[in-house]
Design a protein around this ligand. Structure first.
Ligand code: SAH
Ligand code: SF4
Ligand code: F3S
Length: 495
């Protein structure tokens, strides 16, 4: 497993399905956003009258699930403005690139994609190219987009996603490029139209931002301080999803354990999870991500005794060395991490555990790296997302002494992957012949002869399926496994 970032996916290229009502004016919106939306609708109507078809929008997403969720809102807002979503940039009148800044590689990919739109813009000057998300939330990247990418019409950060219709309206009304500087404390926006990319898996943000300031990480700078959504708003959204037949619902936040620590939420995360679990229906609840320093026993107890919470935990370790953890500002030790895992496994012996590791952090010695390998051997993760450390401008770690040469990082990274491959294989082999519940996603892209789905532990399963299984739970038994997936057969039809 090399990179966390999924391949870019066009929202509209996936199975079309309206989530909440497109076209609804955001609840509590004041006159100006509503007026901007009306003006945008009028422009789309004029386009339809002249061209015989509505204008088309293409939304491309880089980065984590938080960005996927933001893109579903951007696509929902585009529809509310009268755009039709499409799956190809060369068919679009509006291109929105939602970017990630977690590592240099993620930014390079986003910039090179934006670069490819130069010729589209040259062919069709009416095309609007918008760049948003974590990358332009950094002032130096916003400036770079303005200076070096003259065909970019509009750029804005994560704080301004909810104002997309106003910003697009302003760009079109004034006929000049618009670059929105990062807002101080982004307002919480509720009631935004959402175009969900799946009819059975859904993301639900429970909080935004991060207060942890791990020394390597750009997220607190590009996503601002923690803000929790109200308990009622989350309950309403999840109830609505379950009623519409959603089967797999993931609660999102950079550190969900901090949910409710700011004013206004009404409860903490374990209480929120317990309350959501009481919603009747046949569905799974997941959440990500949890910070090990506050993955509490109370949370584990709620999971263990719940009806719907998947026995799956993503608990990023980052390093097995206490000295590196200290320099990363993670605020736990390897021993504390092991204690948390031991309690989780005691309460949930069937737990699937995954983690993130950063290799080659400044000052990492061979002994520090060995300590990470030792943690892998002791914990035995099911899945690991491993990353080579990437210095991020403005973060403390970028200025630390002892930056590790690339060749050393790569050599350690390869050793880490080799060890995890062996452990992942053993963990998956232990599941052979056991009945597992799998939510079917449809025909596999990698092997069109098979269907694929996800187990409760979020492992990929391949089997012979039928169109009726898609979006349904099937009972599955694995006959064979590799380190990353299970291969087997259905033992019962879809439910
Ligand atoms: N909020 C989540 C992480 C979000 S970022 C958490 O705290 O767990 C996802 C992962 O990217 C992190 O867990 C970390 O392993 C990795 N990451 C973050 N910044 C990085 C950097 N500068 N270089 C390499 N990997 C990084
Ligand atoms: Fe980044 Fe740390 Fe916040 Fe996760 S908890 S988003 S790694 S600062
Ligand atoms: Fe990337 Fe932003 Fe997520 S930096 S990982 S898209 S919060």
């Amino acid at each position: 497993m090399q990179e966390h970032n999924q391949p870019p996916a066009a929202c509209a290229a996936r199975e079309p399905r309206a989530g909440q009502t497109p076209g609804r004016v955001p609840a509590g919106a004041e006159a100006e956003p509503a007026a901007a939306l009306e003006r945008m609708r009028a422009r789309s109507a004029a386009h339809r009258a002249a061209a015989g078809a509505p204008p088309r929008a293409y939304v491309l997403t880089f980065g984590c699930q938080q960005n996927e969720a933001d893109s579903e809102r951007l696509a929902g807002m585009a529809e509310a403005m009268g755009y039709e979503l499409c799956g190809r940039p060369d068919e679009a009148d509006l291109i929105v690139v939602n970017t990630c800044a977690i590592r240099e590689h993620a930014e390079k990919r986003a910039l090179s994609t934006v670069g490819q739109y130069k010729h589209l813009k040259a062919r069709r000057p009416g095309l609007i190219v918008a760049v948003c998300g974590c990358m332009p939330s950094q002032p130096h990247r916003l400036e770079e987009l303005k200076r070096r990418y003259p065909y970019v019409d509009l750029a804005f950060g994560t704080a301004s996603v909810g104002r997309f219709p106003q910003l697009l309206d302003e760009r079109l009304a004034r006929g000049r490029r618009l670059f929105v500087p990062p807002e101080e404390q982004p307002p919480m926006s509720e009631g935004c139209p959402v175009r969900r990319s799946s009819s059975y898996r859904a993301w639900v943000s429970v909080m935004y931002g991060c207060n942890n300031f791990c020394s390597y990480c750009i997220v607190p700078y590009v996503r601002g301080r923690e803000r929790s959504r109200s308990r009622e708003a989350i309950l309403d959204e999840v109830r609505g999803l379950v009623q519409s037949g959603y089967r797999d619902i993931t609660l999102l936040g950079q550190n969900v354990n901090s949910y409710g620590r700011d004013a206004g939420a009404g409860c903490g995360f374990p209480a929120l999870l317990a309350e959501l679990d009481r919603i009747p229906g046949d569905y799974l609840l997941r959440f990500m991500t949890s910070h090990p320093k506050d993955a509490s026993r109370e949370l584990v107890n709620v999971m263990a005794s719940s009806a719907h919470v998947a026995h799956q935990f993503h608990l990023p370790l980052q390093s097995g060395s206490d000295e590196i953890l200290r320099r990363m500002n993670r605020r736990y030790t390897a021993a504390q991490y092991l204690e948390t895992v031991a309690y989780m496994r005691e309460r949930m012996p069937d737990l699937t555990l995954s983690s993130d590791i950063i290799v080659g952090f400044p000052g990492e010695t061979e002994a520090d790296f060995e300590a990470t390998l030792e943690m892998l051997r002791r914990v035995r993760f099911d899945l690991l997302y491993s990353f080579i450390y990437s210095p991020r401008k403005g973060t403390p770690a970028a200025g630390m002494q002892g930056q590790i040469p690339r060749a050393v990082q790569q050599e350690r990274f390869d050793r880490l992957l080799a060890l995890q491959k062996q452990i992942g294989q053993e963990r998956n082999d232990a599941l052979l012949g056991r009945p597992l519940r799998v939510l079917c996603d449809g025909v596999s892209k990698a092997n069109p002869a098979l269907y694929s789905g996800r187990t409760e532990g979020n492992k990929i399963a391949f089997f012979e399926g039928s169109p009726a299984d898609v979006g349904q739970f099937v009972t599955f038994e694995a006959d064979r496994a590799d380190a990353f997936a299970l291969y087997g057969h259905k033992t019962e039809p879809g439910t």
